[in-house]
Ligand binder design. Sequence first.
Ligand SMILES: [Zn+2]
Length: 331
Amino acid sequence: MSLALAALGLPFAALAHRRSVRYGLSTQTWAPWLSDAARSAAVGASLSAAGGALGMAALRRFPRRWWLPGAGGVVGLGALFAFAAPLVLDPIFNRFTPLPEGELRRDVLALAERAGVDVGEVFRVDASRRTTGANAYVWGLGRSKRVVLYDTLIDGFPADEVRSVVAHELSHVRHRDVRRGLAWLAIFAPGGTYLVEALAERIAREGAHDRGGRPLPGMLPALTLAVGLVSFAGQVVGNLLSRAVERRADAFALALTGDAEAFVALERRLVTRNIAEPEPPRLLHALLGTHPTALERIGIGVAFAAARGGAEPACATRAGDRTRPGTPGGS
Ligand SMILES: [Zn+2]
């Protein structure tokens, strides 16, 4: 099922890839792109197979209320994933090198010290093998905890803007947002798996149970559909929480660096570099947006500067060295 679904999505992914190559966002030719698709299909199929086997075992063992042990399983697997993915899965797709000694590393460590956080390790990832877009993230649990910076960010952005990104990521470390995410998962998991059970039992065809009423593997398609529907709904709620967490990280970054001008300039550069939508359609953003819109983030920067009584971080004043043609004008 997992491979069939991957094959179904492939033509659409290919169209999207051709488009991003045309617009200069993707740096990949077809061969490495296909190799990526094959690798992620293999990883997806392995995880789905393991998940399917585990799920069936739980269903057979607890034929009635399997949602309860199911909820525990979801949280346990989530924690295992957050711990192991950076060590096992991510290296299948990218190379991660610890940030070398130098100005940036010293900058990161100084910021972390001021923020009072143990930053774990800081990695540079070779994102440029696929994209010209820039990003950074915090991931991992316990010993796999890390901050990851795209090489496109390190090499293509001014130092003050990179510092602004690092300060934002430090908020995620400081507030333990990966663990907090798992805690949210633990809160929502029982309701979610309860819904999955109710939905799957309703969708399942006759013959999905043996005479004793215990689910058979014929239950798996219904289960997969139910998981898909419920996790989409869960994702929408998760995105709402994520946007709040990201707003806090932006506020934290501004307080830590005190540099609203770099913050605003960074948001502008990210939008243009990643060919992102500064103000996406409202419904789409409400459903799928994981971060505040770029326009809102610029507003956060402007509000911070205003609250400090400083000059507005008018992008226009730095037009000479900052603007790129065609960017939306000012704040
Ligand atoms: Zn963030």
